[in-house]
Design a protein around this ligand. Structure first.
Ligand SMILES: C=C1C[C@]23C[C@@]1(O)CC[C@H]2[C@@]12CCC[C@@](C)(C(=O)O1)[C@H]2[C@@H]3C(=O)O
Ligand code: AKG
Ligand code: FE2
Length: 385
């Protein structure tokens, strides 16, 4: 597997807008300007975006496919427990989110990413704020650039939309589609978390913040639009670098273009095939913590292809503002201590942003004394506003 390591943040990777690097803070990450990309030699990616050839990690075709589970099936809890133990992921049908809405969100994402770079940059993510346009933050810890663009929606959708589309009719369409999507995803995500808790022998009473105030709950979620443009040399590009999500669960719509791969227990990549109307559920690091290490947060990545522009839409459900996630008391064996210390989503995101895949290890109770001073040093709360 390719491990991402810390590398200096690049101010600007855009081939068309080199003067921006002087006006933008050096740590701001701007994707390639894919709509205006001119490749110097035929099919050769810029060296900043050329990853080592992936011939050594071809997918494992013999691996069992990630299960597709009908949420309304009587055996759903049993099937979910098995999927969480084995894969840390599954696909769901019978989720109640209208397929038409999923298609509309995809169409809105395509409309957004096809805007000229000059417009998208107006909604650029700032270093103090996770929301807005840019390369996925995981890129900061990678040796090479990603073949993708992202838009993170946190807080007011209208604020983002009016930066992108000053004309009211153009921004209001985005607002109403994303607004409805957030409502639907909140419902389905809560249903999924409840089923996962049940599969662990827990109830919502074991996780009191599941019943938190409506406002606090909406702050617990972030929508991420991902765009993976057609790539002239897909074997040497990386759409989304290997990572685990920081969330409790992530619910992902991947349209009908393949690209998502999960890492199996044996360390082989397994493709999650697009399934009409299905949503992919990934367990994130907070669920691993809550389950006291029983359910793994799955390592995954996204590849790109040479013929189709892929869009995915991820709904990250973390935990409400100020809530500390910790191993459920009922899952900690008598006389033993919990595997992880309590952490808020905000602090965990900060830790993850700085230390990548080492973040989980850092909050292990066996490590926590040594790490406290490190956490203070890295002022971990300044990633999320
Ligand atoms: C809430 C968040 C989760 C996320 C970091 C972020 O602040 C906003 C974007 C999310 C995302 C999407 C792509 C993969 C990922 C690792 C990244 O770089 O940005 C996730 C982050 C995460 O789960 O930690
Ligand atoms: O595009 C995909 O399939 C994966 C996206 C992803 O992993 C993410 O947004 O966290
Ligand atoms: Fe992810």
């Amino acid at each position: 597997m390719m491990h991402c390591s810390r590398r200096g943040a690049r101010a600007n990777r855009s081939s068309k807008s080199s003067n921006m690097s002087t006006t933008l803070p050096h740590h701001t990450i701007i994707p390639l300007d894919f709509t205006n990309l001119i490749l110097t030699q035929s099919n050769k990616l810029p060296h900043t975006h050329t990853w080592p050839h992936r011939s050594y990690d071809s997918p494992d075709p013999s691996h069992h496919p990630v299960p597709v589970i009908d949420l309304s099936a009587p055996r759903a809890v049993h099937l979910i427990r098995h999927a969480c133990d084995k894969f840390g992921a599954f696909q769901v049908t019978g989720h109640g989110v209208p397929v038409q809405l999923l298609k509309e969100v995809e169409a809105e994402a395509r409309r957004l990413f096809s805007l000229p770079m000059g417009r998208k940059i107006l909604a650029l993510r700032s270093p103090e704020n996770m929301a807005g346009y840019g390369t996925a933050p995981v890129s900061l810890l990678c040796p090479k650039g990603l073949w993708s663009e992202g838009f993170t929606i946190a807080g007011s959708v209208a604020e983002h939309a009016t930066k992108l589309w000053p004309a009211h009719d153009e921004s209001s369409r985005f607002c109403s589609v994303i607004g409805e999507y957030k409502k639907q995803m909140e419902l389905v995500t809560k249903k999924i978390i409840t089923l996962i808790l049940t599969s662990l022998g827990l109830t919502n009473d074991d996780v009191p913040w599941m019943k938190a105030e409506k406002e606090a709950v909406s702050e617990a979620a972030v929508v991420q639009l991902n765009s993976y443009p057609v790539c002239p040399d897909p074997a040497q590009a990386m759409g989304m670098a290997p990572h685990t999500d920081s969330s409790m669960v992530t619910v992902l719509y991947q349209g009908n273009v393949a690209g998502l791969q999960l890492q199996s227990e044996k360390g082989r990549w397994v493709t999650v095939p697009p399934t009409e109307g299905a949503l992919v559920v990934n367990l994130g690091d907070l669920m691993h913590i809550l389950s006291n290490g029983r359910f793994r947060s799955v390592l995954h990545r996204a590849l790109v292809n040479g013929s189709e522009h892929r869009i995915s839409v991820a709904y990250f459900y973390g935990s409400p503002k100020g809530v500390e996630v910790k191993p459920a008391v009922n899952l900690v064996g008598e006389g033993t201590s919990p595997m992880y210390g309590p952490v808020t989503w905000k602090d965990y995101l900060g830790l993850k942003g700085r230390h990548g895949q080492k973040a989980l290890e850092m909050i292990k109770t066996s490590k926590v004394h040594g790490m406290l001073s490190v956490c203070k040093m890295c002022a971990m709360s300044n990633v999320v506003s």
